[in-house]
Design a protein around this ligand. Sequence first.
Ligand SMILES: Cc1ncc(COP(=O)(O)O)c(C=O)c1O
Length: 418
Amino acid sequence: MLKITRATDPALAELLDEELSRQEHNIEMIASESTAPLAVMELTGSVFTNKTLEGYPGKRFQAGSHIADKVEQLACERACELFGAEHANIQTYSGSTANYSVFASVLDPGDKILSMRLDQGGHLTHGSPANWMSKVYHYEFYAMDPETEQIDYDALEVQAREYQPKLIIAGASSYSRLIDYERIAKVAKEVGAYFMVDMAHIAGLVAAKIIPSPIPHADFVTSSTTKTFCGARSGMVFCKAEHAQALDKGTFPGAIGSIHLNTMAAKCWSFKYAATDEFRAIMEQVVKNAQCLAEELTSYGFRIVSGGTDNHLMVVDLREKGVTGKAFQDALDAVGITVNKNMIPFDPEKPGVTSGVRIGLTAVSQRGLKEPEIREIAHIMNCVAEAPEDETNLQECKQRAQELIAKFPLYPAGSFDD
Ligand SMILES: Cc1ncc(COP(=O)(O)O)c(C=O)c1O
């Protein structure tokens, strides 16, 4: 697969080999990661990369777009069918730009947005002071109930009535519970706000109908196509038919330029694949594995934020174990288990340190790991937490982790042979 790169740029080919080996030998548990199927790799590297096109099928700015039109139409039809949506726009480049295209569709500078607190699960593009959106719109944030560590819907409703936002955003980067879309949609309607759900993390589980869909309740639903969707590094947006024109205009020319036809083709393939029994079985196992890990870690004295998980991820409070998120992340990294430090709700630690880690089960479930292996991972994690600075302990843990993951190849043997 790397024949030409190997001949023309050995230094770069070597880095690719290193990364493939890292992924192969690591237990990958970053909640936003998944493994792209080989067809997605093939299509993202296909001749569709060469085509420049802007606009929509039948209304392109460039000639020679008739085949691209068929790809986009097929992809949109499949996307709408898969998610039961009235309209899909799949031109956006990622989950972040998907959000920007909705903002460009229905908001004016200075408009008010109500979204989830970023240190309790929200995303950068939902109003972080570090994100340029915060210079364009006014934000207010809703929070978790300190008791349940789940969205405080009563407080959200009060805030919505007082603040009168033009847009309410639900959806998160590190929230392990189902969201009551119906309830938020109701208050959005009452205050005259648009309701947008960012399902970037959970789109695969929604597509496979493992957890409830936001599509019937929201005006707009945005997403990445990586994460649980396991597809190309790209994005997608769905909306009610009444907003279709605004969304298309907000996306192009509102938020993006030319289409990435190669990733669009890969998304088209994924919309078909996500409707298969094979994909559904993986998504089912993702949730079973997540719940298994949450239970096992709890039995070792870790505390799972909100008490458990309904989806592919969990945030683990490490304070009882006497280790910070950063220290645990680094120690796990040393043994070949990849997670990320993460704030817990009302975290006393700084964002660079944190009291927690976020753990996701998508990539390991794709590789075929089931409950017995997840229990072994929980045990290794506990051994790491017990003595995160003990080199001998870490070496032993690393050996166990490597033996475990070696039985579950990342890709079928020979997939990347030259
Ligand atoms: C909730 C949420 N929205 C949007 C994004 C951004 O997606 P992308 O990385 O595809 O731009 C993320 C990324 O982690 C996310 O968690």
